[in-house]
Design a protein around this ligand. Structure first.
Ligand code: 5GP
Length: 124
């Protein structure tokens, strides 16, 4: 899948659409989700143009990959969830129902987040 330069997060990175910024560095931006599913719900994104984790894995530099993981840890500390616990989710592609085609990691916390996914255990 080729990268859509007009996706909503590309517009946020370019400053064309506002966001409620939580953290920023040379490689990453983190902002509050517009429709939060938990008291803490932050999206951490690379500034580079990557559709999803497959794309990131194939094309991103080691520096960018390390920066994204560090940014998640920083956001967890800044929002206070590193103590209480949190979940990080990257929806990837169709089965995961990824809505925005720019890689993003959801950082969720400050409530009991329930089971890992919203369905009964998988049986073949
Ligand atoms: P996905 O389903 O792709 O993993 O999640 C996309 C997330 O982006 C959703 O949780 C949705 O609420 C959030 N989102 C969509 N549009 C915007 C926006 O314009 N601003 C912000 N801050 N979040 C958005």
């Amino acid at each position: 899948m080729s990268y859509d330069e007009n996706n909503i997060f590309a517009k946020i990175i370019r400053g064309e659409i506002p966001c409620d910024k939580v953290y920023e560095d040379d490689h990453c931006l983190a902002f509050n989700d517009i429709s939060p599913r938990a008291p803490v719900h932050v999206l951490v994104i690379p500034k580079g143009a990557y559709v999803d984790l497959n794309d990131f894995h194939e094309k991103a530099s080691d520096l960018e990959i390390a920066a994204l993981m560090r940014a998640v840890g920083t956001v967890a500390r800044m929002t206070g969830v590193s103590e209480s616990g949190y979940r990080f989710i990257a929806n990837n592609g169709i089965d995961a129902r990824q809505e925005v085609p720019h890689l993003h990691i959801h950082v969720l916390g400050k409530r009991d987040l329930g089971g890992m996914v919203g369905r009964a255990p998988f049986e073949d």
